[in-house]
Design a protein around this ligand. Sequence first.
Ligand SMILES: Nc1ncnc2c1ncn2[C@@H]1O[C@H](COP(=O)(O)OP(=O)(O)OP(=O)(O)O)[C@@H](O)[C@H]1O
Length: 347
Amino acid sequence: MSSIKLRNISKKYKDEKKFAVSNMDAQIENGEIITLLGPSGCGKTTTLRMIAGFEKPQSGSIYFGDEAIVDEDLFIPPQNRGVGMVFQDYALFPHLTVEENIGFGIKKDKDYKDKINKVLYLVKLNGFEKKYPSELSGGQQQRVALARALVRSPKVILFDEPFSNLDTDLRTNMRNEIVSIIRKTKSTAIFVTHDQKEAMAISDRVIVMNNGFVEQIGTPKEIFEKPKNKFVAEFIGFSNIFKGEVNDNVVSSDFGDISIENEENFSKDVQFSIKPSGISIHDEGNLSGIVKSTSYFGDYLEVFISYITKDKEVLDLVCYEDPSKDLKVGDSIRFSIDKNKIVIWKE
Ligand SMILES: Nc1ncnc2c1ncn2[C@@H]1O[C@H](COP(=O)(O)OP(=O)(O)OP(=O)(O)O)[C@@H](O)[C@H]1O
């Protein structure tokens, strides 16, 4: 187990104009589960591969604990880094049994059997040692891949989109199981995903990346409550994003003045998001609009409202309403905004 420090690392692939990763700084604590989150092509896999040693950064340094593994004149090769990797496609040898896959490349000393049995038990595959990968489900194959990483007692385990080949139910179960094994073994783990829900569900902290840059590093709660900018807010699924101006404890916008707590001391130009649950349609609402569309989702009704500003601009808002409400497209309605359901960031 080890902490990891990335200091100012940059990577540009040969013949590419753009940097895949630019000036990245991050500190990952010992035993922490961290996720690199961002859209396709933002540099997540490149970062993971630089930590594993499959790619060499042009500049910057990487430390495992106090030990430099990459520096100006230093490059420790992958096999000497003590890194375990679990890939999206499991990368198991089809002609080897579960036991042989897990034990591949490790010394067949007197502890060999014990080590294999210990990890088989951990991933709940005892009894499967003589099976071949083709005889296993996707989830079971993924557990073999994890056991193969764990048997080497790695300093850090890297997971590249490990759940993307599994269907939804299995995916949730597998991710809970894998996280509980990581916690049990107190491993330091880095995941790569572009699924924000998954990132929030499994991580102690999330690194949000965009275009090779780190946009924000924080706990899921910090990122949800204090997104740094519009990219992060949109990427984690915020809707109803508008501009405003803050003076003391009031944000002024197209929806009038709304008093806020302003613990962050925002001033002047900001952007803000109104959570869909923070908009309610009722006759006493101080704002008026027209129902643009409705979609029924069982537990709630998703309603799009068209709101006309003082400058005659039409803004669309989405809100979640009681599904028993009788709302039809074209209805004139009144609505209000709950100031506690507003999230603000500096523009
Ligand atoms: N071997 C390579 N040679 C040249 N360019 C590459 C190579 N691998 C990645 N890139 C480029 O580097 C950038 C970052 O790619 P990377 O695979 O790290 O992104 P990602 O966030 O992991 O994307 P995805 O979610 O699609 O896997 C992209 O612009 C990509 O096209």
